[in-house]
Structures are given as structure tokens and as C-alpha cells.
Ligand binder design. Structure first.
Ligand code: FAD
Length: 419
């Protein structure tokens, strides 16, 4: 079967890898000059299976109100006349009940835990490296209330078999020795020893090279996808800046831009672009830098270690497709990295970046079939798209082949929004 994959972010390239590994002829299209040049370029670098949690959680509507008046808030909303933003916020708030949170968390952890197995196997099978580390993630708490709140998540983690341990303030240094330099700042933390770290852009580039060289995948860059045309319940062709292209099957991996092309096919994808920012700075003192990923729960900022760089990522801004780099947001993530690892990196040489998380209101990706026989979706991975990419792509390839997948696909396809 010839499969046309639309989009060469981390989700498109992992989809290409599993589909080509199963013997399909695969072509990948993207408007950029190479793989992972949009949201998959500068993310926070956490491959955090155990940390997969919906943003829509009980108490969030109240916190969102409070954040509106805080300087360094994790969520910012730019008031715009944007019906899509209003719909997204309503749908997200509807997912903030304890019942919906439990359903959504289980779905995310199901995909994420499977992703852990898949990425470990992928590293073994391809030999690719991407400044990766397998040393866990530490969620840091500044307040006792955060420690109390995490006990609910720990119950779900136990049910899903995810290893975790609550650390006291004194024990934090066993996971991240540099925290000894900021005593008294944190009251405890949750350690997830099986989580991982690495550079998503490097991962996607190297996997794309492997796909091209070892599996015969064709990548066509600088191609703008303009329209998808249907005929009697099937997709007939994709209209692009390089002309009309057809295949036996089509997979949409366009991240935040997926809903725009699905509209004409009468498929409503509730994906909204949630803007985030990152800084990348060179390490100047290894002993003062993180060894893996830490997540500052108060500011929802993640700080990850690559070989000789530190990546800091965070903030969520609802501002439609605007990609301007706002200095106010830079100030927030700079403040957090200075506060937690004051001697680790060289802030004067930091690179500032922004990207659009393809968020669904239930934080769960959309993976699987559509009403068109030959159109498949693998999109909407939101906050943890790299973390969930390998499991999502493997699941999709199995579903497309009519194989029994390793995890239950229930509740993951777009049909869940019709229910
Ligand atoms: C600040 C920040 C921090 C993050 N931190 C983490 C993290 O630590 N861990 C984690 O797991 N996830 C993280 N994420 C989320 C993760 O980066 C995304 O979920 C993931 O990159 C989405 O991948 P994607 O392939 O779906 O989308 P993208 O990478 O955006 O890929 C979509 C592709 O489609 C192409 N495209 C779109 N429209 C068209 C068109 N019309 N024609 C041709 N091509 C088109 C684009 O060029 C792009 O290459 C973070 C995100 C942000 C913004």
C-alpha cells in the first residue's frame, strides 16, 4: 500500500517509521525545508510517560482566574474575537470534572506507557541517539498543597503500573544533585525513574534519515498542502504547491494545522494551537545543572538536560496562530531556570523559541480511522507529543494494517467527540 503522510513533525516521522517498517511504500510531505521545523523543533525535551496528565483537571477553572492577575502565570489568554478559542476553553472546562479527568488521564497514560516500550525498542533497532538520557523526571513542589494533590495522580500511576516515588525535601538531591545548591526552596517531589530526556528535533531528523536510508521512505519538503479532495467516501487526492498527489491511504499529522484542512471534509477536530516558549542555553557548570528533567509544578516549567545544553520550556498562551516572541514570557521561563539552577547555564547565550502545541480539550491525541475509508488521523498530541509519538504511530500502523494492536484503541479516535 502507498501511504501519503501529511506533516513531518515528530508524529509524522514516527508514523513513517512504523508504516515503512511494516512494508508499506511511504511518502511524507511538509511545507518546511526539513523534518521537525515547527512545534517538534524546540520543545522542553521531556519524554515523560509517567507525567502524562490532562491539563483539564479539577480546580483548573478557579486557578485560571487567579493566573490572569499573576505576572509569572503558567496560562495566559490573549483576549481575541476567536470563536475557536472560546469553543476550546468551554470544552476544556467541561473536562475539568474528577470523572472526566480520570478517563482522560488513563487514556494518556495508556498511550504514553506504550510509547516507552516503543521508543526503547526503536533506539535498539535503529541505533539513533539524540542527546538522550534515561534518568527519570522529578516533579518539584514548592507548597504542601501540591504534595497532597499529587496523591490522586499516584493512585492512577499505581493502577497503570508506572514506577514512582514521593521524595522528601532532603531526598530531592538523590535525583538531582544540583538542588543541594538551593536549599529550602522545595518541600518535596515526585520522582518518575523511567522517564527520559532528549532533543526532539535531533530525534526526528535522525529518524527521518534512517527512514530514508534504510526503509526507502520518500520525503518531499517545501511542499505546501492546500486541499484534500474526496470522492464517494474516499480521499482521491491532495492538492499541493507541487501539484496533485494521490496514494492508497492518507495520514494527517499536521499538528495544530490539522483542523484547517479537515474542515472541508466535514471532520471537526477540536484542536487548538496552545502557544509555548523555550530557552536553550549552554551548560557552564555541570554540577549546577540538571542531570535529567525537572518540572517546577508551581510555574509548570520543565528544565531538561541535553549533552552540553539546558532546555527550559513552558507557559501556555491562547493566542490563535500568532508566533510572536513575547519578552514577558521569556522573563517567566528565565526566572524559573535562574531560581532552580542559578549556576547551571549561560543565560546571556540563551536562544528563545516558540511553538504551537496541538491541544485537544481532553489532552488525549486523536489516533485512528475517520469516516473516509482511506483517511487516518494521528494528531492533537498537545503538551506531550514527543512522549506519545512512538506509541501513537505504532498503534496507527497496526490499525491501518488491520492487525490487533498492543494497546486498546478505545476512546482514542475522533469518534469520541461525537459521543
Ligand atoms: C514550549 C513547548 C514545550 C513542549 N515540551 C514537550 C516535552 O517536553 N515533551 C513532549 O513530549 N512534548 C512537548 N511539547 C509538545 C510537542 O512538542 C508537540 O506535541 C509535538 O511536537 C507535536 O508534533 P506534531 O508532529 O504533531 O506537530 P508539528 O511538529 O507541528 O508537525 C506538523 C508538521 O505539519 C507541517 N504542516 C502544517 N500545515 C502544513 C501544510 N498546510 N502544508 C504542509 N505542511 C504543513 C508543519 O510544517 C509541521 O512540520 C512541547 C510543546 C511546546 C510548544
Amino acid at each position: 500500500m502507498h501511504v501519503l503522510i501529511l506533516g513531518s513533525g515528530v508524529v509524522g516521522v514516527t508514523s513513517a517509521y512504523y508504516l515503512a517498517s511494516q512494508g508499506h511504500e511511504v511518502t511524507v510531505l511538509d511545507r518546511q525545508a526539513g523534518p521537525a521545523m515547527e512545534t517538534s523543533y524546540g520543545n522542553a525535551g521531556q519524554v515523560s510517560f509517567g507525567f502524562s496528565s490532562p491539563w483539564a483537571a479539577p480546580g483548573i477553572p478557579r486557578k485560571a482566574l487567579k493566573w490572569m492577575f499573576q505576572e509569572h502565570a503558567p496560562l495566559k489568554i490573549q483576549p481575541k474575537r476567536d470563536p475557536a478559542m472560546a469553543r476550546f476553553m468551554m470544552a476544556m472546562f467541561n473536562n475539568c470534572t474528577p470523572e472526566r479527568y480520570a478517563v482522560n488521564k488513563e487514556r494518556m497514560v495508556r498511550v504514553a506507557e506504550y510509547s516507552r516500550q516503543c521508543i526503547d525498542a526503536l533506539r535498539r533497532d535503529t541505533g539513533i541517539r539524540y542527546e538522550d538520557r534515561q534518568r527519570g523526571l522529578l516533579q518539584l513542589f514548592r507548597h504542601e498543597s501540591q504534595v497532597e494533590a499529587v496523591t490522586k495522580d499516584m493512585r492512577v500511576l499505581s493502577e497503570c503500573g508506572v514506577r514512582h516515588r514521593l521524595l522528601s525535601a532532603e531526598e530531592l538531591v538523590t535525583a538531582e544533585p544540583a538542588l543541594a545548591r538551593v536549599p529550602g526552596k522545595f518541600v518535596g517531589g515526585l520522582h518518575l525513574p523511567d522517564d527520559q530526556t532528549g532533543d526532539c528535533h535531533l530525534f526526528t531528523q535522525r529518524l527521518a534519515d534512517h527512514c530514508r536510508e534504510q526503509l526507502g521512505v520518500e520525503f518531499r519538503f517545501n511542499v505546501d498542502i492546500q486541499r484534500i479532495e474526496r470522492q464517494a467516501g474516499r480521499i482521491e487526492r491532495v492538492m499541493t504547491s507541487a501539484g496533485a498527489l494521490s496514494a492508497d491511504a492518507y495520514v494527517v499529522c499536521l499538528g495544530s494545522f490539522s483542523p484547517l484542512l479537515m474542515k472541508d471534509l466535514d471532520i471537526r477536530l477540536p484542536i487548538y494551537p496552545v502557544k509555548g516558549y523555550s530557552l536553550t542555553l549552554p551548560v557552564i557548570d555541570d554540577g549546577g545543572a540538571p542531570q535529567s528533567t525537572v518540572m517546577d509544578e508551581t510555574f509548570k516549567v520543565a528544565i531538561s538536560r541535553f549533552d552540553d545544553r539546558i532546555r527550559v520550556g513552558g507557559t501556555a498562551e491562547l493566542a490563535s496562530y500568532d508566533l510572536s516572541l513575547l519578552e514577558k514570557r521569556r522573563a517567566t521561563i528565565s526566572m524559573v531556570v535562574r531560581d532552580v539552577f542559578p549556576e547551571g547555564g549561560d543565560m546571556a547565550k540563551a536562544e528563545f523559541w516558540t511553538g504551537l502545541r496541538p491541544m485537544t480539550p481532553d489532552s488525549t491525541p486523536i489516533i485512528g480511522a475517520t469516516r473516509y475509508d482511506n483517511l487516518w488521523l494521528n494528531t492533537g498530541h498537545g503538551t506531550l507529543g514527543w512522549t506519545m509519538s512512538c506509541g501513537s504511530a505504532h498503534l496507527l500502523a497496526d490499525l491501518m494494517a488491520g492487525r490487533r494492536p498492543a494497546i486498546d484503541p478505545q476512546g482514542l479516535c475522533v469518534a469520541r467527540y461525537a459521543a
